[in-house]
Design a protein around this ligand. Structure first.
Ligand SMILES: C[S@@+](CC[C@H](N)C(=O)[O-])C[C@H]1O[C@@H](n2cnc3c(N)ncnc32)[C@H](O)[C@@H]1O
Length: 237
């Protein structure tokens, strides 16, 4: 077992009843969370009416809930390593009458080979939890392997150069923005520790190189809020 797995287990983290709290807490962490999910919609316009879409690290289903309403003939593959999150996603898509268009897969994307390639994919706030470079690359390669050539990927993650003064400033204002929700000092300290130890910040340049290695075109950054970034790219090889 690797050191990383001993220290932070993403499956256990998201399984630990987090799904119940996730939808509230993510909006405290990322003040433009709903805007991000609205901003991705036009990035997928122009795909076929019967497109097949991969939501990797689907969580409670935000991507499917917004895309499913706008694109009524699309079908979705929802992949998540956490039972708790995928169960919450099943409940939410059922409530929104979308579940008959969704196939749910419980497990790591790296272990999934889909029966057919997808027209597009999203990975929102997932890969920043994958610490080892090889594992992160393997994750991006799995997205690429499950996309058609020319398929569109929208990726969003925490990013930045931890040694830069820009990073320190953005981290500070980000945590201040989070604290404005009235979180206790203890909760703020726990969350600061969680971000410091469990998030693998990489620079945009390293991300671009890794996406290139995984078969993607140079990504375009379309979104930033504090240390959260969002990019769109396509599979080229
Ligand atoms: C922060 S949540 C994001 C959920 C959703 N995409 C959103 O925008 O709210 C990250 C999710 O990715 C899942 N996850 C992490 N690593 C994964 C992997 N390698 N394969 C599949 N799911 C993964 C976690 O279990 C968690 O549900």
């Amino acid at each position: 077992m690797t050191k990383y797995y001993d220290e932070f287990n993403v499956e256990r983290h998201f399984d630990n009843s987090l799904a119940e709290k996730y939808d509230r807490r993510i909006r405290m962490f990322c003040p433009s969370y709903d805007a991000l999910h609205r901003m991705i919609l036009p990035l997928f316009q122009g795909l076929p009416n019967d497109a097949f879409f991969l939501s990797s690290g689907v969580g409670t289903g935000a991507e499917i809930l917004s895309l499913g309403k706008i694109f009524p003939s699309w079908r979705f593959i929802a992949v998540d390593i956490s039972t708790n999150m995928i169960n919450a996603c099943q409940d939410k898509t059922a409530e929104a009458h979308l579940h008959d268009r969704v196939t749910f897969l419980h497990g790591r994307l790296q272990d999934c080979k889909l029966s057919r390639p997808c027209d597009a994919a999203s990975s929102i706030f997932v890969s920043h939890f994958i610490k080892c470079r090889e594992e992160k690359l393997s994750y991006f390669r799995s997205i690429s392997a499950n996309l058609k050539i020319g398929g569109v990927l929208v990726l969003a993650d925490l990013f930045g150069d931890k040694t830069s003064s820009e990073f320190a400033t953005l981290m500070d204002v980000w945590l201040r923005s989070y604290a404005l929700h009235g979180v206790s000092d203890e909760e703020l300290m726990n969350d600061r520790n969680h971000v410091n130890s469990d998030v693998d910040f990489i620079t945009e340049n390293k991300l671009i190189l890794m996406l290139d290695e995984a078969g993607f075109a140079a990504p375009i950054r379309f979104y930033q809020t504090y240390l959260f970034g969002g990019w769109v790219t396509t599979r080229v090889v």
